[in-house]
Design a protein around this ligand. Sequence first.
Ligand code: NAP
Ligand code: HSE
Length: 427
Amino acid sequence: MKVGIGILGGGTVGGSLLQYLIDEKAAIVAKTGLELEVRRVAVRSLSKARTFTIPADLITDQPAQLVDDPAIDLVVEVMGGRDPAGDLVLRALQAGKPVVTANKELVAARGAELIQRAEEKGVSLLFEAAVGGGIPIIRPLSESLAGERITRVLGIVNGTTNYILSRMSDENLSFADALEEAQVLGFAEADPTADISGADAAAKAAILASLAFGTWISVDSVFREGIESLEPIDMRFAGDLGYLPKLLAVCEETAEGVSARVHPTLVPLDHPLASVRGAHNAVFVEGPQVGELLFMGPGAGGGPTATAVLGDVIDAARELLAEAQVAPRIRFAPGRLRDFGEIETKWYVRLEVTDAPGVLAKIAGVFGEAGVSIKSVWQEGRGDDATLLMITHDALEANQRAAVAALHSLDVVTEVAATIRVQSDEP
Ligand code: NAP
Ligand code: HSE
């Protein structure tokens, strides 16, 4: 049974998908009974040099024509960005064509609208590859675990930053050197802003939280902090204290509401996420019935991501051939969104201080007045070079910030040199 596929985008993911669909056509037919025939591939530039061949009868620079082509039954969007990808996806859904996309930026920004349009038209909008590259995580959340009351989704969802942080920790590289290395090796894009600022991870966190909790969470509601300001000295101190820095996405549902956040986090060295190195991703999903699940693997790259796209294509093609009126996998209801200030977090704080009697008491007093309890304190150096490292207990994020703001005006503190949140389920 033949299904005509149109691919919007012939880059890293689109190229891998095209190659796979051509090379493995017979194997896919044998395994699934589906003949997935690529009938058009849209790119921006017809003359661009590529490491793979897009057959001349398939390539076009007219993406809207691809969508409208009656020979195209199913549209794959792997061009990236919000525009024109969003309107093209909408156009395909409007025409009753199922859409598969890997575009987390688009899904996080316009997912609610696109899912609604897909429902109105009775077709699928699938986006397994939008989070975690080759790791199946969207389908487990929206199908296998659809009946579970998920309480937390926690993990590493950006390969570029995980690679950079691994190199900074393992080889003591500066942020700039680790980033340059990631670019040379092709992990980081020429413009790595979305990765290092946490925007890429925030879009993924918004999608994961929305599916996990059944409340659509806009990417603008995700608290975000990137890794740009992390310094090698804190990598060293963190290691000495038994932690490793990771950019974590943390999505939670409690009786008070739902929340999603992305920020650098010190993870205990014996936590399973500490062993996730290089460009890999790993996501924990927790719920009262299922307990703790871990999904791990390559979070980026043409091959792994194309595999996830292909799984969705096969799913959507089966529905198409069954002439099924498709209902959305998850329905979204309004929910209370918690302000980040209401969330309890632990902090690591590095202070440059005057080394004199009574200094620690003054600093502890500031934390105490803000309602933050200190778990541990260490001192490095003496005299004018004294550094205090502190780890607090869990306290309201708003109180942690108030304490740090007050430290800035304390005469014995010469600099609040670093603050990093700490992941730990210990009290
Ligand atoms: P890419 O290598 O930059 O490829 C983008 C493709 O889309 C290129 O072929 C480009 O054409 C084409 N394109 C862009 N704008 C266009 C326009 N206005 N009209 C027609 N064609 C247009 O991107 P990618 O890495 O494959 O990523 C694609 C999507 O997958 C993104 O949403 C990304 O976030 C997501 N994703 C990527 C990865 C990964 O590891 N790369 C992993 C997970 C998800 P030209 O070739 O002519 O420039
Ligand atoms: N830029 C992303 C990452 C890959 O580094 O994880 C696409 O999701």
